[in-house]
Write a protein of this length. Structure first.
Ligand SMILES: *Cc1c(COP(=O)(O)O)cnc(C)c1O
Length: 496
């Protein structure tokens, strides 16, 4: 029997995995969640010798049950190939007593590639399976990394178009350059005057606009999402936690059944939710350590049970985590409420009406697997400098948030459990903040000068993704007000 998915806001709204992938967001504004979390279904010992692709198949087949073996293997084979600069796909690097899981070896050098290199295959396969004739329009809000990874995945994929909205002054120079130089007839990149939450809220509104949906349908289009609200993003992200466990076994750092901790630099709560799902599948994970930057809405939530986005939005050196409305937290809330869609819908309505909600003590108690912490920009900067001075290993600013939070946690708790830190971006993507952290003398150097210097001091090759943008032409220069998002979508699709 197929594993079915349900909206977090309406238990009667059910879909197969492929339908949920195709839809992205449920019609009622909820997020699709599996009706139950499947078991890992594989002996832990076996993980040590499995390739990334084999691990991906073992995990994904448990969730995406209406895809055939052939379909799923085709998607996996097409996604995790030479686009990645190492056959390991996600190498694990030990530095100063922590295990950094490098998720940035894909095309756009951020962890978003882990899921977005397979999502286009999952989606076009889903379209075929469900006899979807309409052209799929991927509508995406990005805090910097999803945009480029989604563009790279969907560019020139037949039967799809992709529109990306990013906060004009809220991404790094490299992130912006990567997006605005994107080729492909079916791509559209637009800067908005606002922050990531404005972009994400605007996109969700377009999804929820029934009249717009009808206009689109009659013009032969349907919307879908490449954001982590799409279950097709979340499931591929579970894979690398299972894979990391196998690597630790292989390296002799743990024995089968030993517990590990996982620390994740968190924004929209997608990546850490995937780790939680891995735990629910039976992977021996003890603590899930949720690391925030100064936009520490999640840190406050885990401590107090009050989610409150009514606060100043801070632009930090880890822009991909500059988020006050963490979409995927809704999936955890739903589960902590005992899969109660009505209760979840009530809390989400409060969030949209007053910007805050409070969970019950019982729900708060359910969240005991999570530990939270946050790091300031100064702490991030000194962690990058410290680790480089001690080991020669260079972290990006997001991974450094997690590294700080983990080390503070270990110091306070004395917990010596082997810990995997999700390393979510290449330092090359945030070369300015990273190099200034390594040595203040780099302030004032131009962006590509910094990149070459980073290559020299770290002894790593400048990634292809960076070489590509050195001299690339800007192809997208549109900047709009938040209110103009719908008009821009209509214009790109040629509908009035
Ligand atoms: C997106 C992103 C994050 C946050 O991940 P979520 O799944 O949104 O919590 C952290 N670091 C980097 C580099 C990212 O691109």
């Amino acid at each position: 029997m197929d594993l079915m998915y349900r909206s977090t806001r309406n238990a009667d709204n059910r879909a197969t995995a492929s339908q949920a992938v195709l839809k992205g967001l449920a019609e009622d504004g909820g997020l699709f969640v599996p009706e139950r979390i499947p078991e890992l279904g594989i002996a832990l010992e076996a993980l040590a010798d499995m390739s990334y692709q084999e691990t991906a198949y073992a995990v994904m087949k448990q969730f995406l049950t209406d895809y055939t073996e052939e379909e799923l293997k085709y998607c996996i084979r097409s996604a995790y190939d030479v686009k990645f600069d190492t056959p390991e796909i996600a190498p694990l690097r030990e530095a100063d007593g922590a295990h950094y899981l490098e998720l940035f070896h894909g095309k756009t050098i951020a962890f978003k590639d882990m899921a977005l290199s397979i999502l286009p295959y999952l989606m076009t396969t889903a379209a075929k399976k469900n006899h979807e004739e309409k052209e799929i329009v991927i509508l995406t809000a990005t805090s910097g990394d999803t945009g480029k990874a989604a563009l790279a995945g969907f560019a020139d994929v037949p039967g799809t178009r992709i529109i990306v909205f990013y906060p004009k002054n809220g991404v790094s120079a490299v992130q912006e350059k990567q997006m605005v130089t994107q080729k492909g007839e079916n791509t559209c990149v637009i800067g908005i005057r606002g922050n990531f939450d404005d972009a994400q809220t605007g996109v969700k509104r377009l999804f929820g606009d029934a009249a717009l949906g009808e206009t689109l349908a009659s013009a032969g289009y349907r919307f879908s999402s490449a954001n982590s609200i799409n279950i097709g993003r979340l499931v591929p992200q579970i894979v690398y936690y299972v894979y990391a466990y196998g690597k630790l076994l292989k390296d002799g750092a743990i024995k089968p059944g030993d517990l590990i901790n996982v620390t994740v630099p968190t924004g929209n709560f997608g990546n850490i939710l995937a780790a939680y799902y891995a735990k629910c599948m039976g992977l021996p994970i003890d603590r899930l350590i949720c690391a925030s930057n100064e936009n520490k809405v999640l840190y406050d939530f885990f401590r107090t049970g009050v989610y409150d986005r009514n606060r100043e939005f801070i632009l930090t050196s880890s822009p991909s985590m500059d988020i006050l409305i963490s979409s995927n937290l809704e999936r955890l809330i739903y589960r902590m409420a005992g899969d109660d869609a009505a209760e979840n819908a009530r809390l989400m309505a409060e969030l949209s009406a007053k910007g805050s909600y409070t969970v019950s003590d019982a729900m708060k108690a359910e969240m005991k697997d999570f530990t939270s912490g946050f790091a300031t920009m100064e702490e991030v900067s000194s962690e990058i400098g410290r680790l480089y001075a001690k080991t020669g290993y260079v972290l990006d600013t997001h991974t450094a948030v997690a590294s700080c939070v983990y080390r503070a946690y270990r110091g306070q708790s004395g917990d010596q459990t082997p810990t995997v830190i999700a390393s979510t971006a290449s330092p090359y993507k945030f070369a300015r903040s990273v190099m200034e952290a390594v040595d203040p003398k780099y302030a004032g150097m131009d962006d590509f000068g910094l990149i070459d210097e980073l290559s020299r001091i770290s002894g790593t090759k400048v990634p292809q993704a960076i070489e590509e943008i050195r001299s690339a032409k800007v192809l997208h220069d549109k900047v709009i007000e938040r209110e103009q998002m719908e008009a821009s979508v209509r214009e790109f699709l040629g509908i009035s």
